[in-house]
Design a protein around this ligand. Structure first.
Ligand SMILES: Cc1ncc(COP(=O)(O)O)c(C=O)c1O
Length: 381
């Protein structure tokens, strides 16, 4: 990972002696990715940023200014979305196992809701007779589910969505105005997206009142920013597909997407500093002034969370061929407080600045109070 000049400069400005760990984002990159979605050729569309990826108010302000709407999955994130200025009709609420109280409060705001089960649909119909709603679909095992670090989102292993059998038990399909699907996360394989979307479209034949197809998120982000999601190909394939569906149904069907990770993943960095060094026979161990509870992907996904690490010394990114196997560990007593076990890094010294990349999504938003470290500040350049 090579830091661009503007981010290096901004990091240097914030890393005076004794600085606390922080996140920093390059707004321009967030904006670029928002625009890629806004430029999808199919016109009848709505792009909703998935707020679980980053709930920072400034981040939400950036995506809003670029014309994106928002998708939330909890009442607290709904509150944050409203506070950021999104109106009810710009918000999608999709979750599971909503209590009656939560369902009532969400409905009041006028958001677009997608329900996850027959019981939830029955509760909705009792509370709001005749009111239209969307449902989340589990397309089943016709498509081999893409397996990812984050679990199963379709197929028999997934807890989410209406199965084929459950769909057949829906008594009044006339209130269903939209179908929702989420195919998996960190996916680069465009034929896989399209194959899944086609399964949803097959299912949509049973829903005469259909107004939208929500294909969720899942767009891949490369660890080092070395592989790019192929937006041109995606645009071409999804636009073609949506034109076909609309022609089949004799009306324009709205395309909804809920990109999360890709919007800010590679725009964000987590910055901390080396406070201790241990020399072990097989590796160098570098302790930092931060804990993984402040950057929790290595805790949540210990075997798969891989983030590029670079080192700044005296204001300059160290680029050397001479590297060694290094563990970067946090400043708690928790044995798993480890940022990375397998980084090849220059010979670290106390006082070096450590910059961890691909930190813009699911990082600051998954901060934990566990162990007792403060929530890091977040800055935008
Ligand atoms: C329903 C739904 N939509 C969108 C997203 C965002 O996904 P991603 O960050 O993979 O784009 C998620 C993430 O969990 C989700 O559950």
């Amino acid at each position: 990972m090579n830091l661009e000049n503007n981010i290096l400069e901004a990091i240097n400005n914030k890393t005076s002696d004794g600085f606390e760990p922080f996140y920093i984002y390059q707004s321009k990159h967030i904006i670029d990715i928002c625009n890629k979605f806004q430029n999808i050729s199919y016109e009848n569309k709505s792009i909703h940023f998935a707020s679980m990826a980053n709930i920072n108010s400034q981040f939400l302000g950036i995506v809003k200014a670029e014309g994106l709407n928002i998708f939330v999955n909890s009442p607290l994130h709904l509150e944050a979305a409203l506070k950021a200025g999104f109106r009810g009709n710009e918000i999608i609420f999709t979750s599971s196992a909503l209590s009656e109280k939560a369902m009532k409060s969400i409905e009041k705001v006028g958001v677009q809701v997608n329900l996850d089960s027959l019981n939830q649909l029955a509760l909705w119909s009792t509370l709001f007779p005749g009111k239209t709603v969307g449902i989340r679909i589990n397309i089943g095992d016709n498509v081999k589910p893409y397996s990812s670090h984050a679990g199963a989102f379709i197929g028999k292993e997934s807890r989410l969505g209406f199965t084929h059998d459950e769909i057949s038990q829906i008594q009044d399909k006339s209130i269903i105005k939209g179908l929702h699907l989420y195919v998996g996360t960190d996916v680069f394989n465009i034929p896989y997206f399209i194959e899944c979307y086609k399964e949803l479209i097959k299912i949509s034949a049973g829903f005469p009142q259909l107004e939208y197809l929500n294909f969720g998120g899942g767009f891949g982000v490369a660890e080092n920013g070395d592989q790019q999601f192929d937006f041109d190909e995606y645009n071409h394939r999804v636009t073609e597909l949506m034109h076909e569906v609309s022609a089949q149904k004799g009306k324009s069907i709205k395309l909804i997407l809920e990109p999360g990770r890709i919007i800010g993943g590679n725009s964000g960095y987590f910055v901390c500093s080396v406070t201790d060094i241990k020399n072990r026979p097989d590796r160098k161990m570098a302790g930092v002034n931060a804990s993984t509870v402040q950057f929790s992907r290595p805790l949540l996904y210990p075997d798969t969370a891989n983030h590029p690490v670079v080192v700044i010394r005296n204001g300059v990114q160290i680029k050397t061929e001479k590297t060694q196997l290094t563990t970067v560990y946090g400043c708690s007593t928790y044995s798993r407080d480890i940022f990375t076990n397998n980084a090849m890094l220059p010979d670290l010294q106390i006082g070096d600045t450590i910059v961890i990349g691909n930190a813009g999504s699911y990082c600051a938003s998954s901060y934990m109070q566990f162990l007792g470290f403060p929530k890091p500040e977040e800055y935008f350049v």
